[in-house]
Design a binder for this molecule. Structure first.
Ligand SMILES: *Cc1c(COP(=O)(O)O)cnc(C)c1O
Ligand SMILES: [Zn+2]
Length: 416
């Protein structure tokens, strides 16, 4: 039996680049060497004292894994009712792409409609615990929305900078939550520069992707949940829509920690970073066998969450791909559109464009033989399709009241 909370197994923050150790209980941003910091746990202690059976009876939310989370006190939790997201089998779509064991983990059911809620739940809880009163961050939409709402719940002031063309609903989430939202004529990287100046000038806490160490711990719970849901048996392949890459780094970290405490065994699943052809810095780096990516000029994709031209944690993403013999692949906008419809029609799942990108990638990797038909494949759908209400012009017919519906019964949906 593990020690009851508030016993904490998190020990310190460590730099994966220069190996410096930093204090866990003061506010930290990047390592002075420029690298993100990662939370390190007493894995030997956990291996000795913590068992899967200890999870029995705990609530079905991400805090059931609190031994592998950084919070010191349960009272600090800021929650909007995060759920353990379902694994949805996709037999028809799977058959359609010769991957009969295709399963989707649907993150669209989380509060704020995307998996960004995981990062916000843990990141905001920890920020509150450490006394943050004002935070600032750039976003492509979903992260800003989640952090603004969780910050409101925690009584933390939020300043958010977002590209002007990010999904509109995410603006509303920020402004209704009382965040200071500024639109930026440019990309998330431009918004990031604005935030850096703002933080410098005001002393606000910088909650940019990977500039604080706890968002990744929240996203890591995708990997913990997945392993538990599969009975601590790992799948063969996990495909992830990669922008900043935090989710992929997090899943990798989770699986390594589970391996270290002996809850899973065997080789880790192959991790696949999926990007859009209009913004594929990780794919280019992987093709060059590089360990860092280069800035992707003029990036553009409808899958807004993965429109990140240069990620701070690129070296960690690439390391995870190489270490698991995974790969990186870019898909076209038309493949994303097509796959989004295909998934809705064959399975009734309304995935976000980023989730559609992952399914399109699975189809391509199956066709090229890169993923064999017998593989157990997990596709992450990182958000709800309904968060992108205005991102497509469906070209539907408009009927006058006296017109005959039957005549206009275009087989729009079926005409794939
Ligand atoms: C942010 C986001 C991503 C990319 O997440 P990272 O972990 O930063 O790579 C993918 N999909 C959606 C819907 C997102 O909001
Ligand atoms: Zn360092």
């Amino acid at each position: 039996m593990s020690e009851p909370w508030p016993y904490r197994y998190a020990m310190h923050l460590a730099c994966p680049r220069c190996e410096a150790i930093h204090d866990l209980d003061s506010l930290q941003q990047l390592c002075p060497c420029g690298s993100p910091l990662l939370v390190r746990y007493d894995l030997a202690g956990l291996a000795a004292r913590w068992r899967p059976e200890d999870l029995a009876g705990r609530p079905w939310n991400l805090w059931r894994y609190h031994e592998l989370l950084p919070l010191a006190r349960p009272e600090a939790i800021v929650s909007l009712g995060e759920v353990v997201t379902p694994l949805i089998e996709l037999p028809s779509l799977g058959d359609d792409m010769q991957l009969p064991r295709l399963v989707m983990k649907d993150e669209g059911l989380l509060p704020t409609g995307s998996f960004k809620a995981r990062g916000a739940a843990v990141g905001i809880s920890r920020a509150r615990e450490l006394g943050v009163t004002h935070l600032a961050m750039p976003t492509n939409g979903n992260a800003g929305a989640a952090w603004a709402l969780y910050a409101a719940r925690a009584g933390i002031e939020a300043t958010i900078a977002m590209p002007e063309d990010a999904p509109r609903i995410t603006r509303q989430e920020c402004t209704l939550a009382g965040a200071h939202l500024t639109l930026v004529d440019g990309l998330i990287s431009d918004a990031g520069r604005q935030v850096a100046r703002f933080v410098e000038a005001t002393g606000a806490f910088d909650a940019s992707t990977l500039k604080e160490p706890y968002r990744i711990e929240g996203k890591k719970t995708m990997g913990l949940e997945l392993a538990e849901q599969l009975g601590w048996q790992l799948p063969d392949v996990i495909l992830y829509p990669t922008g900043g890459g935090v989710g992929l780094i997090g899943i990798y970290k989770a699986l390594q920690e589970l391996q270290a405490i002996g809850w899973v065994s065997g080789s880790l699943p192959r991790l696949v970073a999926v990007q859009a052809k209009g913004c594929a810095p990780i794919v280019r780096a992987w093709q060059e066998s590089a360990h860092e990516s280069r800035f992707w000029e003029h990036s553009r994709t409808r899958a807004f969450g993965i429109n990140v031209p240069k990620a701070l944690g690129d070296f960690l993403v690439l390391e995870a791909l190489y270490a698991t013999e995974g790969c990186a692949i870019a898909v076209s906008e038309s493949a994303i559109d097509w796959e989004q419809r295909r998934a809705a029609q064959l399975e009734g799942t309304f995935v976000c464009p980023e989730g559609a990108a992952v399914l399109a990638a699975a189809r391509e990797l199956s066709a090229s033989g890169e993923i064999p038909a017998e593989a157990k494949v997990i596709a992450l759908n990182t958000g709800a399709g309904i968060k992108y209400p205005d991102s497509r012009d469906l070209g539907l017919p408009l009927l006058a009241p006296e017109e005959d519906l039957a005549k206009h019964h275009a087989p729009y949906g079926r005409a794939l």
